[in-house]
Design a protein around this ligand. Structure first.
Ligand code: NAP
Length: 329
């Protein structure tokens, strides 16, 4: 018995993507086998697919940090055959074969029951990107930032995390300023919830001094580097900035003044080891009061044979919105 998957193999320091048949292994204790109906594409999948050893140490490997599907077999009393579930984070798609395969075998304690009001496909419209966007927005809301406090900056605005963060913020009544390197996609950004669109260089100009004019009540940063430091320097008194990504750079230069003169708070966001109670809370929000599935405009659904093209676009910074992978069992 075997199933289809996108397999990344290493040969002579080159990484090759091929669709292959994989033999099922015996399911381990406390694990479940999930028939994956949908997965989605995230930046980490693009890194894993290109041989980034910080994400995936050993190859051959099946990427896919997200999965939505049905329990096929269970060796745990947490789930039974037929349960509808979502998996994001933990080691899925990193060193554990992921959702770019038609089946996954994983520890049962990584699995979340799918909220009944959320379809499998819409669960993967969100995926890790949407989950991280919601974690970031929740941090900001819990910090006490309200729509009347002022503008919210979102960087990497055409990306998965950025575009969903923008949509959720707009749905909650916030005025969103989108930062993008793709200003030609301004109309798309406005449709996904931006109230204003600025070029990346407009943000970095604010970062040239130790402290900039306070412009944002809060900022959701998804790219790191000089964009993160500029966002912190231009955030208003008692505001907050969330940091989840490193697309621009993992390093950033900053000084203490935004913290000691403005009381700005910088929050780290981690979707991978997020606790199960918070994980469940976030999925409940995404399936109910924070749902943006009706309004979100930039989604495409692709098959396993089409995902490679999207991975390459993402690595070149040319991908936008969300790509959902549909398995045809
Ligand atoms: N901490 C966590 O748990 C967690 C979870 C999910 C994702 N992440 C991280 O968050 C980041 C975003 O993930 P994603 O899935 O949204 O990726 P994505 O879909 O590839 O989006 C990234 C966006 O960043 C912008 N960008 C690309 N290259 C850039 C550069 N050199 N300088 C500045 N901006 C650049 C682009 O938007 P514009 O062209 O619109 O600027 C791009 O669309 C990644 O670093 C990812 O690893 C972290």
């Amino acid at each position: 018995m075997s199933y289809r998957a996108l397999v990344i193999s290493e040969a002579n320091n080159m990484f090759i993507k091929e669709i292959k048949q994989i033999e099922f292994q015996e399911l381990k204790p406390d694990c479940v086998r999930i028939k994956v109906l949908y997965s989605s594409l995230n930046y980490k999948d693009a890194l894993s697919s290109s041989g980034n050893k910080g994400v995936t140490r050993s190859y051959p490997h099946v990427p896919g940090i997200d999965a939505a599907g049905i329990i096929e077999e269970s060796h745990s009393n947490l789930f039974k055959k037929g349960d509808e579930v979502i998996v994001t984070g933990y080691d899925l798609g990193m060193d554990t074969d992921g959702g770019f395969g038609e089946f996954i075998d994983i520890p049962a304690n990584w699995v979340v029951k799918k909220p009944s009001s959320l379809s499998f496909k819409n669960a993967m419209l969100y995926g890790t990107a949407g989950f991280t966007a919601a974690l970031s927005v929740k941090r900001m809301v819990d910090h006490g930032i309200k729509p009347e406090d002022g503008k919210i900056l979102v960087t990497g605005a055409t990306g998965g995390v950025g575009s969903i963060a923008m949509s959720i913020l707009s749905h909650l009544g916030y005025h969103v300023v989108a930062v993008t390197g793709k200003t030609h996609l301004k109309e798309q950004l406005l449709l996904n919830g931006a109230s204003e669109v600025i070029d990346r260089s407009d943000l970095t100009q604010l970062g040239t001094k130790m402290l900039a004019k306070p412009v944002w009540a809060a900022a959701i940063d998804t790219v790191g580097g000089e964009y993160l430091s500029s966002a912190v320097k231009s955030t208003a008194y008692n505001g907050c900035v969330t940091c989840c990504g490193n697309v621009a750079s993992p390093d950033f230069e900053l000084n203490v003044y935004p913290f000691i003169l403005r009381g700005v708070t910088l929050y780290g966001i981690d979707s991978v080891q997020c606790t199960m109670p918070l994980r469940t809370k976030i999925w409940d929000l995404l399936s109910d009061g924070w749902s943006i599935v009706e309004s979100f405009k930039t989604i495409q659904t692709v098959s396993l044979s089409e995902i490679e093209t999207q991975i390459d676009l993402m690595l070149k910074g040319k991908h936008s919105g969300r790509t959902i992978l549909e398995h045809h069992h």
